[in-house]
Design a protein around this ligand. Sequence first.
Ligand SMILES: [Zn+2]
Length: 74
Amino acid sequence: MKKCFVCGHETINHGFTNKILEDNGHFIIVKDVPCLICANCGEIYFETDVILKLENILNRNVSELEIISYRQVA
Ligand SMILES: [Zn+2]
């Protein structure tokens, strides 16, 4: 991506964040998810392949609460 959709700033840094997924009362906390962070407003974006992997995690059979590291599933 070339610029932030929220503020229009053109510096987007690569970084890591934690993401909470929720599906039917099941919560999955995924740590260290690679993301893009706007240098100006801090808005966080995920690249398409990361979004697809997060969706795959949701499709797994999980207990009510699970905490995993993105590296375990990537
Ligand atoms: Zn921004």
